[in-house]
Design a protein around this ligand. Structure first.
Ligand code: 5GP
Ligand code: ZN
Length: 114
């Protein structure tokens, strides 16, 4: 059995506090440990372990995630801006090995990031 927590969230085995969006390709839900007033995770339904593992055939999923992120940001009224990011690998702080994009908003963000 797949031991991935995000696959289990997609399957409904692990509940989420708030589902934000779902279609045949992606699932979006609130992060359990929010780092901003808005902190949503957008994940592909296909198990991809991280950006390192994406293939040419995943191009539609990757593009779709960005369109979905933009739509969620609009729905959440993040007019002042937002940040969309993915952490890949240990140095970046990736803790879950299922590709996920953080959509963060509702406050000002520093650059460069910590
Ligand atoms: P990473 O550090 O890999 O970039 O991000 C993983 C994110 O997943 C973290 O922000 C963490 O709070 C979130 N997370 C981990 N487990 C769960 C969970 O079971 N439910 C939800 N909603 N978020 C989770
Ligand atoms: Zn997975």
């Amino acid at each position: 059995m797949n031991d991935c927590i995000f696959c289990k969230i997609i399957e409904g085995v692990i509940p989420v506090k708030k589902k934000i969006f779902e279609d045949d390709m992606v699932f979006a839900f609130e992060d359990i440990n929010p780092q901003a007033p808005v902190h949503i995770l957008i994940i592909p339904k296909k198990h991809i372990s991280g950006l390192d593992s994406v293939k040419r055939e995943d191009i539609e999923i990757l593009g779709h995630i960005q369109i979905v992120a933009s739509k969620i940001a609009e729905d959440m009224n993040l007019k002042e801006g937002y940040r969309l990011l993915t952490n890949n690998g240990i140095d970046a702080g990736q803790t879950v090995a299922h590709l996920h994009y953080h959509l963060l908003g509702g406050r000002t963000f520093a650059w460069p990031p910590g």
